[in-house]
Design a protein around this ligand. Sequence first.
Ligand code: SF4
Length: 279
Amino acid sequence: MKVQVAKSAGYCFGVKRATKMAFEAVEEHAPICSLGPIIHSPQLVKTLEDKGVCVIQRVEDIEKGAVIVRSHGVTSSELEAIAARDLTIIDATCPFVKNAQEHAAQLSRDGYTVIIVGEKEHPEVQGIVSFAASGEVWVVGSPEEAESLPRRRRIGLVAQTTQSYENLRRIADLCLSRSAELRIFNTICDATSVRQEEARRIADLSDVVLVIGGFNSANTNRLAQICSQIQPRTYHIETAEQIEPGWFHECTSVGITAGASTPHWIIDDVVNRLTNFED
Ligand code: SF4
């Protein structure tokens, strides 16, 4: 059975950075808190918890010490609440997310109606919205939703980092017809599209596909969906223990990919388990 792991499988730049910061911070400041899970990997969150990083949902629940901000950021009011409580802040917000927050804030200060292309409920988008909240701000997820946007003289557009270029382009087209001036900041990060492209290729070449990553990770779920459309024998797992030998009946090639928040040790475990089946 040939096993092929996607080159891009696992941590993206922002997650790798946030994880490194969390491990370093816990050495220096333990115990510390993270506002929401630092990344969408229950196994990594558990490892950090064992070292002294507790996950809390509200700043008010932190009495003292240090707090680490997750890779997809928090809202401006949460940052203010952290500062007001005199907590040490370790800001692991991904620089690409920060870039989107800063453009949204600047556009708002400059008097633009800010339109964010993204998923309303996603914490990253809620964070970006909060930085533009001094003016008018809208979130649209699709060109269909953008049809109902009002006409405004000056519109500023930014995108959630994981959006597709196609979605941003189509929404930008609609905004153009609704404004006299349109400023667009391309705040999309390539990590998602690179992983999706590679997942398509691997699914095309394999009899069975394993997609590894948190069941709560949106980008992993999306990879699993993409792979299943191409190869119905696609399985989404969080750990090697979840693999069932029966999945590989008459299989000669297994493709493996993993979400942007999947630790490498879990990918290695999966490869080892498959190798042991063969022995
Ligand atoms: S997907 Fe991109 S924006 Fe999001 S954390 Fe990773 S590198 Fe940063």
